[in-house]
Design a protein around this ligand. Structure first.
Ligand code: SF4
Length: 71
């Protein structure tokens, strides 16, 4: 399974997420942006904390199965 985080357009740009997950989420010009996907357990925990604390529920998490290699 691969998990991808993204920010939806209803972001208030409050800055909570970039404080909780620096280096993963940053403030863009109009909304927060995911600058790279978290890779370590610590980064995933920080991103999850940002997701949990977002007042607008604007941080989206998508989990998809890893595609099987073509036979
Ligand atoms: S915590 Fe939510 S509302 Fe605040 S800047 Fe991040 S994505 Fe936007």
């Amino acid at each position: 399974m691969t998990t991808t985080y993204s920010i939806a357009g209803d972001c208030l740009r409050c800055g909570a997420c970039s404080t909780l997950a620096p280096g993963i989420i940053a403030m863009g010009e109009t909304i927060a942006v995911v600058v790279r996907q978290p890779a370590t357990a610590q980064e995933i925990a920080a991103t999850e904390a940002a997701l949990f604390n977002c007042p607008m529920l604007a941080i989206r998490k998508r989990t998809a199965p890893v595609q099987e290699a073509l036979r």
